[in-house]
Write a protein that binds this ligand. Structure first.
Ligand SMILES: NC(=O)c1ccc[n+]([C@@H]2O[C@H](COP(=O)([O-])OP(=O)(O)OC[C@H]3O[C@@H](n4cnc5c(N)ncnc54)[C@H](OP(=O)(O)O)[C@@H]3O)[C@@H](O)[C@H]2O)c1
Length: 316
């Protein structure tokens, strides 16, 4: 039997957990084995992880015994919930509660929790610059995760809080440049020009989580704010233009206009970008790129990410 310490990875078939699983599996000296959780071990993504050497086990956040069973005997975990599976902060909170109970019951020694700022700490709900969503949130997918931090603390689970941010991969998935009516490519975001947006290569969530797990005890109880670059909308557009080989202009859409658009989760997305913008100094200041690069020397800048991925940006 292997004497490697087992790391449970939720969302292992997805972007964040997949990055964590791959980072661990690629590091022969980590001393860790990956236990990848999925609702469907027969899916292509699950089979790929098994081929890479992961132990793939079935678990569904809505079948709590399956989660407890999957955590049994593990040393640690990388935990992420998927708000976008349902779009409900109340459901995401229920999932976090299940993960906290399972971590506690299994006696995990180190959990890396993929979380985000609770925006209500800087922006009280009474502030009327943005609508309150789902009864109690500014940005439900941020606030539910941030409030979840306290559940890990109260349960005494030894946790490192990994504050994530906007993935560079978003530019491949809906936030990328689109041709405007005048024929010019436009990067259109509900974000004010001059504000800084922290972006990250999702693979760096994996590489950083592995560094934190390897670092062990020194990181327990601490919060690590993650990013690979802090750039303005115009800077993202200029870098996209250079990589694509065609001009891209940044087009800022006022938050109130974006909220009224007939787009999925338009209010939530506008609130999120308004929070990124209105609190940009605090948000980017909590993500020190030099410190992050010391923890994860492979930290990817936006230029480096574009060098690898620009050819995948579809522009018509
Ligand atoms: N997109 C961004 O820029 C961004 C930035 C920061 C944070 N986030 C956060 O990232 C989270 C999503 O992570 P991701 O991007 O890695 O998602 P993803 O690529 O869409 O993958 C979702 C994962 O969640 C798992 N999952 C969903 N429902 C589950 C359930 N009931 N039980 C067990 N596993 C379940 C899926 O596993 P199976 O299908 O295999 O069961 C899958 O592996 C969201 O909560 C979002 O708020 C996103």
């Amino acid at each position: 039997m292997s004497d490697k310490k087992i790391i449970v990875v939720t969302g292992a078939t997805g972007a964040q957990g997949g990055g964590v699983a791959r980072a661990i599996l690629a590091d022969a000296d980590s001393g860790f084995a990956v236990r990848a959780l999925t609702r469907d071990p027969a899916s292509p993504a699950a089979k790929e992880l098994a081929d890479l050497g992961a132990e793939v086990v079935p678990a569904d956040f809505y079948d709590e015994p399956s989660v407890h069973k999957a955590f049994d005997g593990a040393y640690g975990a990388f935990l992420v919930t998927n708000f976008w599976a349902h779009g409900s902060a109340a459901k995401e909170t229920e999932e976090i509660e299940v993960l906290v109970r399972a971590s506690k019951q299994a006696g995990l020694r180190h959990v890396v929790w993929s979380t985000l700022e609770d925006t209500r700490e800087l922006l009280p709900l009474a502030d009327d610059r943005m609508p309150v969503l789902q009864g109690a949130y500014n940005v439900p997918h941020f606030d539910a995760k941030g409030a979840g931090n306290e559940l890990f603390r109260q349960a005494g689970v030894p946790t490192t809080f990994l504050n994530t941010t906007f993935y560079f991969q978003g530019f491949l998935q809906g936030f990328g440049p689109q041709r405007a009516e005048d024929g010019v490519l436009a990067l259109t975001l509900p974000f004010e020009e001059g504000k800084l947006l922290a972006g990250v290569d999702v693979a760096d969530i994996g590489r950083t989580a592995l560094a934190v797990l390897k670092g062990g005890e020194q990181y327990i109880g601490s919060t690590i704010g993650l990013a690979g670059d802090h750039l303005t909308g115009a800077q993202y557009a200029a870098k996209l233009a250079a990589a694509i080989g065609e001009p891209v202009r940044f087009q800022s859409v006022p938050y109130d206009v974006f909220r009224t658009l007939d787009l999925p989760a338009a209010e939530e997305i506008a609130n999120m970008f308004q929070y990124y913008g209105d609190f940009d100094q605090k948000f980017t200041g909590a993500r020190d790129l030099d410190r992050l690069r010391r923890l994860n020397p492979a930290l990817t800048s936006f230029d480096a990410w574009l060098a690898e991925n620009a050819s995948r940006i579809e522009v018509k």
